[in-house]
Design a binder for this molecule. Structure first.
Ligand SMILES: [Zn+2]
Length: 233
């Protein structure tokens, strides 16, 4: 309850929300070109080829995907970047109770995201490092053109050097999840490989417990997931 009443949202977070959810859909092709032609914001910024995640968070996303076999669903990814620029996913947030799930798009419940996301950032020290959403059975295991434009546009607006986008699918039995690296100054995204830490994230139980009344949990209990592209050197 203590966290839920804290409604103050950081300026970066507010800016991110504004551009993620309020920007016109048509923004971004020209901005994508601009981004591609600009030098990277950080001179050391390179595309990442590995994504690290705790098994509990992979399972959580899979259960959310399995909840929605023929409509999109999604959420946000919280964690940190290692010194080498590798994202570590420590906590996956799913759809809020008022999220808009449609066959070909998904919009997060903004009130839910503000409340929970703000608490995760401020009280647990995690960064918003990425997003995930499901293309369920649409036959698209990668970002759509609209997805890519949105991500690049939002990175420009928020001066983000890198961002992680994960796309889920459902084959009638199991979920799958592909991860993609978006980097400022690089004109195209690339698929990455997973390194899965085979334990529960220490943040999962702590955050779920502290916001038990508000965190939306998937109905599916069995996290059936397959076809993960694993990272290898
Ligand atoms: Zn998409």
């Amino acid at each position: 309850m203590r966290y839920y009443t804290n409604q103050r949202v950081s300026r970066m977070w507010t800016a991110y929300l504004k551009y993620r959810y309020n920007c016109p859909n048509t923004v971004l092709i020209s901005q994508v070109k601009d981004l591609a032609n600009e030098p990277a914001i950080g001179s050391q910024t390179k595309p990442f080829s590995e994504v690290r995640i705790f098994r509990s968070e992979l399972d959580f996303i899979a259960r959310c995907i399995l909840d929605c076999p023929d409509i999109e669903t999604g959420g946000q990814l919280f964690g940190y970047w290692t010194r080498e620029g590798v994202p570590m996913v420590c906590y996956a947030l799913g759809p809020g109770p008022n999220a808009n799930h449609q066959r070909t798009f998904f919009n997060q419940d903004l009130s839910y995201l503000r409340s929970i996301g703000d608490a995760i950032v401020k009280h647990y020290g995690l960064e918003h490092i990425g997003e995930w959403h499901s293309h369920h059975q649409l036959g698209l295991a990668q970002p759509s053109g609209h997805d890519a434009s949105n991500i690049y546009g939002n990175m420009i607006k928020a001066s983000r050097e890198r961002f992680l986008l994960c796309i889920g699918n459902y084959d009638g039995q199991s979920a799958s999840l592909n991860a993609f690296s978006f980097t400022a100054g690089v004109s195209s995204y690339n698929q990455t490989g997973w390194t899965v830490s085979p334990v529960e994230s220490p943040y999962r139980s702590a955050i779920d417990r502290s916001m038990r009344a508000f965190i939306h949990q998937p109905h599916t209990t069995d996290a059936r997931i397959k076809d993960l592209k694993m990272y290898s050197l």
